[in-house]
Design a protein around this ligand. Structure first.
Ligand code: ATP
Ligand code: MG
Length: 556
């Protein structure tokens, strides 16, 4: 499996190969640095597959490091979910889990070093004023009136910040770089701010917290990362990454490389927006099967291998683009087509009665059928059969044209694995809705052609005297537009009808034993998995993972 899954060559593997060849490095050390302020999503999977995949392919290391510098938004729940998701995807980090907060003492010392070198100062402008003084892309910024304080004064004030002497927003530490730089991130970026918040790991030890740009590069250096991969939005910040490492006493200077983010149609890959969907109740938690969070995909029935395959196919480049949802769906469909056992499930049951059941040649009480058409090793099972069956409502019409390949009055179809039957009459309720179809079975027609009887098609069924009455959840896309992230109000793009709950599907009896983690192809319907949230012992609930094939609707 490993060799098959090797990362296809890309610009980063080219850089690594060059570095190894030129002797700039003799090993590869990467890291995956999530901020624990939400659950992981499909975009993170791209970064995970790349960083852990490089470590695998080059026999190097990959650290899992929580970038936990903002105590206000971060939480142990997120930390635990992220660890679980990385492992579920099939990866293991090197050594212990790391946290930026493990380095708070060292980061503080490096901040002092910058102050001592005259390269950092405590600013008492308000956050709004700092923003105003920063200038724009067209106009240079202005120096803060606090910029030229003495080293001694800065030391004392930074100490005061650390000791709780300032309210939030009343003071911050800024790197002294260049207020006229064409790169706004270099216009004296804030590197420490005051926050009176309890940190998930360091508790109330600190009331000042280092900013991402200051923390990230130093954390990479402390961990001796060789190739620090991030997304393109951080291209400009590379200047700051390098500036910090050039101006502190540290023996390692990792390099940052940027790749394009994964943007996926019909999906949100911003944790802030995902948080809104979850907290405002638009979805059933972070693991709602309509979300492309890792936990949502897992609950939807995606396998780790299918997600890794998707990440392999989309590749790693610097070109921004949006990937079609069908590309992700193909990966799970191919996986399940190859591996999922088949089962019969009637989602919208309609009673079918075999009037001549019991006559000579129409006496079968069960059929032995293969669990998978191409995989005899998956074994066989017994499907029960009797006079009364369920077929799907959509598989019968009183009248239909030649294109209709199912059952109509006077027409013939084959029951999957079973007899050829001919519809003779139907019963209806007071609204004219068909409630029961009567058929005659052709004697001795199981699994063989019968002279003069040409069935129009094959339909599936479940024995109405022996079945599992189960719940099935069908899903459509969560959003009505392909790019909800770009909409002014993305919450208005949520399709409120994107879940269809079928309370009483007629499922093959053996499905009552299905467990969380099991997936099936419900023949002629799609791929389904056992829902991890609502299933109970002996009462699995089934989630639609993906349709059997790309439908027009899915492509819309
Ligand atoms: P958000 O803005 O939603 O919080 P983020 O990029 O800040 O997302 P992080 O937790 O910081 O999320 O991300 C951890 C790692 O995953 C980073 O290295 C980041 O570059 C990468 N990553 C996040 N989203 C994507 C994406 N859509 N495609 C590729 N990599 C991503
Ligand atoms: Mg981030």
């Amino acid at each position: 499996m490993d060799s098959v899954e090797k990362i296809p060559r890309n610009f980063i593997t080219d850089i690594i190969d060059d570095d190894l060849k030129a002797g700039r490095h003799d090993h590869v050390a990467t890291r995956f640095p999530p901020e624990p302020n939400g659950y992981l999503h499909i975009g993170h999977a791209k970064s995970i597959c790349l960083n852990f995949g490089l470590a695998r392919d080059y026999h190097g290391t990959c650290n899992l490091r929580f970038d936990d510098t903002n105590p206000v938004k971060e939480d142990m729940e997120y930390i635990n979910s992220i660890k679980r998701d990385v492992q579920w995807l099939g990866f293991q980090w090197s050594g212990e889990v790391r946290h930026s907060s493990d380095y708070f003492d060292q980061l503080y010392q490096f901040a002092l070093e910058l102050i001592d070198k005259g390269l950092a100062y405590v600013d008492e402008l308000t956050p709004e004023a700092i923003r105003e003084y920063r200038g724009t892309l067209k106009e240079p910024g202005k120096n803060s009136p606090y910029r030229d304080r003495s080293i001694k004064e800065n030391r004392a004030l930074f100490e005061k910040m650390k000791n709780g002497g300032f309210e939030e927003g009343k003071a911050c530490l800024r790197a002294k770089i260049d207020m006229a730089s064409p790169f706004i991130c270099m216009r004296d970026p804030v590197i420490y701010r005051v926050r009176y918040a309890t940190h998930a790991l360091t508790g109330d030890k600190w009331c000042i917290y280092p900013m991402y740009d200051f923390t990230h590069c130093i954390s990479d250096a402390i961990e001796h990362i060789t190739h620090s991969i991030c997304t393109l939005e951080f291209q400009d910040n590379r200047r700051l990454y390098d500036w910090v490492l050039e101006h502190i006493s540290i023996d390692c200077h990792p390099h940052q490389y940027e790749m394009s983010r994964l943007n996926l149609e019909y999906s949100i890959t911003s944790k802030r927006k995902l948080n809104l969907l979850v907290n405002e109740g638009y979805v059933d938690g972070w693991d709602d099967p309509r979300l492309t969070t890792i936990s949502g995909l897992r609950r939807r029935g995606y396998t780790p291998a299918s997600i890794r395959e998707f990440c392999r196919r989309i590749g790693v480049t610097k070109q921004e683009n949006t990937v079609e949802m069908t590309a992700l769906e193909s990966c799970i469909r191919e996986d399940l087509n190859a591996n999922a056992p088949r089962a019969m499930a009637v989602l919208h049951p309609l009673k079918l009665v075999i009037d001549n059941y019991g006559a000579a040649g129409v006496t079968a009480t069960s059929f032995t059928v293969p669990n998978h058409p191409d995989k005899p090793e998956l074994g066989t099972r017994e499907i029960s059969f009797s006079k009364e069956l369920f077929i799907d409502e959509a598989d019968f019409r009183e009248e239909a044209n030649k294109q209709y390949k199912r059952l109509k009055l006077g027409g013939l179809v084959r029951l999957r694995h079973g007899y050829i039957v001919k519809a003779t009459s139907c019963e209806k309720d007071e609204n004219g809705k068909v409630t029961c179809v009567h058929v005659e079975a052709i004697p001795n027609s199981i699994g063989c052609d019968v002279e003069g009887c040409k069935p129009k098609g094959v339909i599936h069924f479940v024995d109405a005297n022996h079945y599992f009455d189960g719940k099935v959840m069908l899903y459509q896309r969560l959003f009505t537009v392909p790019n909800p992230g770009a909409a002014e109000d993305f919450l208005a793009c949520v399709d409120k009808n994107s879940v269809e709950v079928i309370e009483h599907a007629a499922l093959e009896a053996s499905l009552a034993q299905a467990k969380v983690g099991d997936s099936f192809q419900f023949e002629r319907e799609g791929y389904f998995c056992v829902d991890s949230k609502y299933s109970t012992e002996g009462h699995p609930v089934f989630n639609l993972t993906v349709a059997l094939r790309e439908t027009k609707k899915a492509q819309a």
